[in-house]
Structures are given as structure tokens and as C-alpha cells.
Design a protein around this ligand. Structure first.
Ligand code: AMP
Ligand code: GLY
Length: 423
């Protein structure tokens, strides 16, 4: 069966690696892909948000399975585009419908969903520009720190956390006034939860579900979880504080009611649910839902997932996950992201990358890379590469990541040297 993978990051390189290992995968196409995905299939210069171009690519290449890496095409309705097109409706697409993807695409929708199905999450209210004064009164009635979230997708930047109430009021006005464009025309104000974050990935066919390896990512740019938020600077799987008892609570209090809500609302959901969680005094709370896998969590998660990924995805699309048994590698996995100096702010591109051949103990997944006119591998983005390693312990896996990270060279190379510091 021919497969099309949408996206271009480290997550997609890891997906391409696993998909291409399956005997069920005949040809793999990646749109647009990166220099790494090209080693597992054929990159095609198509924007995943250009649905007509994706359609043509699917038809021209007899694609039967489409795996959508990023959220944006799903939030914009790619699944609905497929299911209402005569020639595409028999093609399997991994990812929820537009309505179901609102679990990620609208924070207010997600919070109302959690409230309706009794899923533990921080107390909240949501406000529009007309309700700004009510919003200020609400802020004055709560204790800080204050968490303000743009309702819509804001490229990972739409969450602002401030300590003082006056600052929170100013921030609320700024957000409702268009700080994040249309995305912050509605703002969710929620209580701050003080705890430890982790991520659970669920694969669902809409009825049954399977839990994939658990991960923790490191979003802040600086050591000790300081500095600005990024797309993610590293990840580990399995975070040791997520013991069987905590995972059982997550399954019973969060995953099962989430699936119940999806069914009760008749949402068409065949794909990944990435649940961002925080554990406070031993109890898990949902921070956010995403309708896709995480980056760089996927690199560590897929390293440990020992199933034929393509078979799992076909079972997901066909509604046959009930019989699936998730197999996990006994080893631990860790990922360290190498970034361009200055990321997540401004950074330079086009820096030549060397030393990749000297990495023997790790897998190196590409993200912001490309080949220049002289066929040299050069940087082309903020997150350039992610280095993923196995180990008997997370510490051992990280040691291997760091030894490999030292062997790779490019001007401005930066990485966090304390991934896993808190475990
Ligand atoms: P989100 O986009 O909703 O995942 O939020 C981005 C980041 O903000 C999360 O990864 C958390 O670190 C932080 N955050 C979001 N909501 C809360 C909350 N209610 N309490 C504490 N931290 C939060
Ligand atoms: N690493 C966080 C995310 O993919 O959203």
C-alpha cells in the first residue's frame, strides 16, 4: 500500500523511519518532508494545507493511507475534505474531523468538553472582547499566577503566564485586542496548576483505544526550565515518576471519559490524541489536548514502540484497534534537540552541518535541514536535528545523546545540556 506522510519536522522523520520498516508499506511519499525523510521515501514539494494539491498527489500516486503529522491541516478540515470527495473517501486518513480537531484548535471548546465529561482540568472562564470587564473582575477574584490562553492556534505562543493581577488584566486586554490576531479574539483564563508535566499519547479508532509509550518533553529554551517556550528541546520516555498507579488514574479519570465524550458527541476521531498532563499531589489534570503526536516526544515514543506502526494505523482507520497489543521496547529512550543559535528568536540559516557520519550510538532525525546547491547538508530552521538514543536507563540514553550531539557540528549549534535534570 502506498502511504503519504504530511509534515516536515523531526516527528515526521521518526514517523517515516517506522512506517518504512513495515512490509505493508509499498511506497512512502512525504510532503514536503526534509533531508532526513528523503532517505526513507520520496519528498514532494506540496504544502499540507493546500488540500487540492494533496488530493492530486494522492490520486497521482495511488496513495491509500495518509498520515497527518501537524495539527493545522486537521484543524482546517483535511479529514472532512477527504470524506466528502468521491475519489478520496476510500483513502484512509489518520487524524480527526474538523469538529473533533477543535479539541486542539479551540481551548474554549476543549475546556467545555472537559467540564461536560468531568475530566479533571484547571478551573476556567472564557471571555470575548465585549466581556473584557467581566474578565478583569474574574481575574481579581482569583489567586495568581494567572494563565491566559488564546482560544485558537497561535503557533505555540498563545499561552501567557503572569504573576500579578494588574499585569494579567493588561495582558487580557492586549490578547482580546488582537495580540495573537483572530486566535485571541476569545481568551481562556484558567487557574495555575503547580506540578510536573508529562504527555500521554493515545491511538483511537473512535471506539477503542491503545496507550502508546508515555513521554515528557522540555519546552523551555534554557537550562533548569528557564527562558522562552520553544517547540521542544528534548524528551524522554518513560518518565519514571509516571508509575502504574498514576497511569491507571490517567486512564480511568481522563482517557476513558475523553473517549466517552468523543462518542457521546459523535465526533469522527481516528487518530492520535496527545494529552498534555500535569500531576499535582499525585492527581493528574489535563493541560491541553492535541490531535496529533508531539515533537520531539515522537522521536522517543516511536523509538520505544515495538509494533508495526503501519498495521496499527490501518487498524485505527478500519475501526479494528480492539485486537491490537502494544509492544514496548524494554529500553528507555531520550532525545536532545540541536537548534540554531538564537532560536526561538531570530537565527541564521544555511550553516553547513558536519559530523553526522561519526554518530554511531544514536539516531539523528532531521527537522530544519536542507541540501544546498552543492549538495551539502545545511541548516534551514530553528530546530535543526534531534538526536535520539536508547539506554538501560534514561541517564544512559542521555549520555549517548550528548556524546552524539558533540560529534555533530554547525555554526551556532545550541542545545540544552540538562534534559532529564528533574527526573
Ligand atoms: P498549552 O499550550 O495549553 O499546552 O500551554 C503551554 C504551557 O503552558 C504548558 O506546557 C504548561 O507548561 C503551561 N501551562 C498551561 N496551562 C497551565 C496551567 N493551568 N497551570 C500551569 N501551567 C500551565
Ligand atoms: N512538544 C510539544 C508539542 O509537540 O506540542
Amino acid at each position: 500500500m502506498n502511504v503519504l506522510l504530511l509534515g516536515s519536522g523531526g516527528r515526521e522523520h521518526a514517523l517515516a523511519w517506522r512506517l518504512s520498516q513495515s512490509p505493508l508499506c509499498a511506497a512512502l511519499y512525504i510532503a514536503p518532508g526534509n533531508a532526513g525523510t528523503a532517505t526513507y521515501g520520496t519528498n514532494l514539494a506540496v504544502d499540507p494545507n493546500d488540500f487540492d494539491a494533496v488530493r492530486q498527489l494522492v490520486l497521482d500516486n495511488n496513495v491509500r493511507l495518509v498520515v497527518c503529522g501537524p495539527e493545522e491541516p486537521l484543524v482546517r478540515g483535511l479529514q472532512d475534505y477527504f470524506s466528502t470527495d468521491e475519489e478520496l473517501k476510500a483513502v484512509y486518513l489518520i487524524g480527526p474531523s474538523k469538529e473533533a480537531a477543535r479539541l486542539e484548535g479551540s481551548k474554549a471548546y476543549a475546556k467545555a468538553f472537559m467540564q461536560e465529561y468531568d475530566i479533571p482540568t484547571a478551573a476556567y472562564r472564557r471571555f470575548t472582547a465585549e466581556e473584557a470587564a467581566d474578565g478583569e473582575d474574574y481575574l481579581a477574584s482569583r489567586k495568581g499566577p494567572f494563565v491566559l490562553k488564546a482560544d485558537g492556534l497561535a503557533a505555540g505562543k498563545g499561552v501567557v503566564i503572569v504573576d500579578g493581577v494588574e499585569e494579567a488584566k493588561r495582558e487580557l486586554r492586549a490578547m482580546l485586542g488582537g495580540k495573537f490576531g483572530e486566535a485571541s479574539s476569545k481568551v481562556v483564563v484558567e487557574d495555575f496548576l503547580n506540578g510536573t508535566e508529562f504527555s500521554v499519547f493515545v491511538l483511537t479508532d473512535g471506539k477503542s483505544y491503545r496507550i502508546l509509550p508515555v513521554a515528557k518533553d522540555y519546552k523551555r529554551a534554557g537550562a533548569g526550565d528557564t527562558g522562552p517556550n520553544t517547540g521542544g528541546m528534548g524528551s524522554v520516555s518513560h518518565p519514571p515518576f509516571v508509575d502504574a498507579d498514576l497511569l491507571r488514574k490517567v486512564e480511568q479519570a481522563i482517557i476513558q471519559p475523553t473517549l466517552h465524550g468523543i462518542q457521546a458527541r459523535k465526533l469522527d476521531y481516528r487518530g492520535f490524541i496527545f494529552i498534555g498532563l500535569i500531576v499535582v499531589d499525585g492527581e493528574p489534570f489535563v493541560i491541553e489536548y492535541n490531535c496529533r503526536l508531539g515533537d520531539p516526544e515522537t522521536q522517543s515514543v516511536l523509538a520505544r514502540l515495538d509494533n508495526d506502526l503501519m498495521q496499527l494505523l490501518l487498524e485505527t482507520a478500519e475501526g479494528g484497534l480492539t485486537g491490537a497489543v502494544i509492544k514496548m521496547d524494554d529500553r528507555q529512550a531520550a532525545t536532545v534537540v540541536l537548534t540554531s543559535g538564537g532560536y526561538p528568536g531570530d537565527y541564521e540559516k544555511g550553516k553547513v552541518i558536519t559530523g553526522m557520519d561519526e554518530v554511531t550510538d544514536s539516531m539523528v532525525f532531521h527537522a530544519g535541514t536542507q541540501l544546498d546547491e552543492q549538495d551539502r547538508l545545511v541548516t534551514s530552521g530553528g530546530r535543526v536535528l534531534s538526536v535520539t538514543s536508547y539506554g538501560a536507563t534514561i541517564g544512559e540514553a542521555l549520555q549517548r545523546c550528548y556524546a552524539s550531539a558533540e560529534r555533530i557540528q554547525f555554526e551556532g549549534k545550541t542545545y540544552r545540556s540538562d534534559i532529564g535534570f528533574d527526573l
